[in-house]
Design a protein around this ligand. Sequence first.
Ligand code: ADP
Ligand code: 2DT
Length: 215
Amino acid sequence: WRFINCSRGALIVLEGVDRAGKTTQCQKLVQALQQSGQAAEMMRFPDRATKIGQLISSYLEKKSNLEDHTVHLLFSANRWEMVPLIRQKLEEGINLVVDRYAFSGVAFTSAKPGFTLEWCMNPDMGLPKPDLVMFLQLNPSMAENRGEYGIERYETSAFQRTVQQRFEELMQDSSVNWKVIDAARTIEEVHKDIKLLSEDIISLAQNQPVGELWR
Ligand code: ADP
Ligand code: 2DT
């Protein structure tokens, strides 16, 4: 007989304001994990490839308008539609490195007038809980130095500053395993921290069931 690899993969999320380096660091982490012989794949939210994702993408590109509550629920639905795949990959022992998750969902919608954190969190309650959420901390003026803001919805410095405040409120919640990463350093320096934290959580998560977010 032979050993069956029955340990699960870890669910690792990178969050932060626009330009903090999330996409760069997700890609580098997946590469580094693969090079060290661990199964790893990247995911991102919104996933613009699905039908729901196409509605979201058109909204972000300002090609369509959607009512604020409606688009919030679509972003959440776009995560829920991927849950079967997320669970399957984790069970197969694949570590998932995710570029944005429910935290972006709550931070962006609650930066709009008239939305409470609580209302925004509700639709995402019970999603697979990330084993680790790394928040790439970069002050908004440094983020602006990394290039002009694009033309998509939400890409203004005033809105990004409010988003940053909402993330800070979310980080008070100790039921989530938050780690704040200083993203103002070089790409390699930031990567080194992210890789170490990820390797630690991958060994810890192996022996634990996947949790439920905000529940
Ligand atoms: P995000 O996904 O958080 O919006 P990106 O990874 O797309 O951020 O990076 C935004 C821009 O900043 C890109 O041009 C990228 O090359 C650059 N960048 C990323 N990390 C750093 C860093 N540590 N120092 C300087 N520039 C960076
Ligand atoms: P990028 O594709 O460049 O990351 O931009 N957003 C994201 C929300 O408003 N709610 C969500 O649930 C998520 C995941 C953040 C996507 C934009 O969409 C915002 C920026």
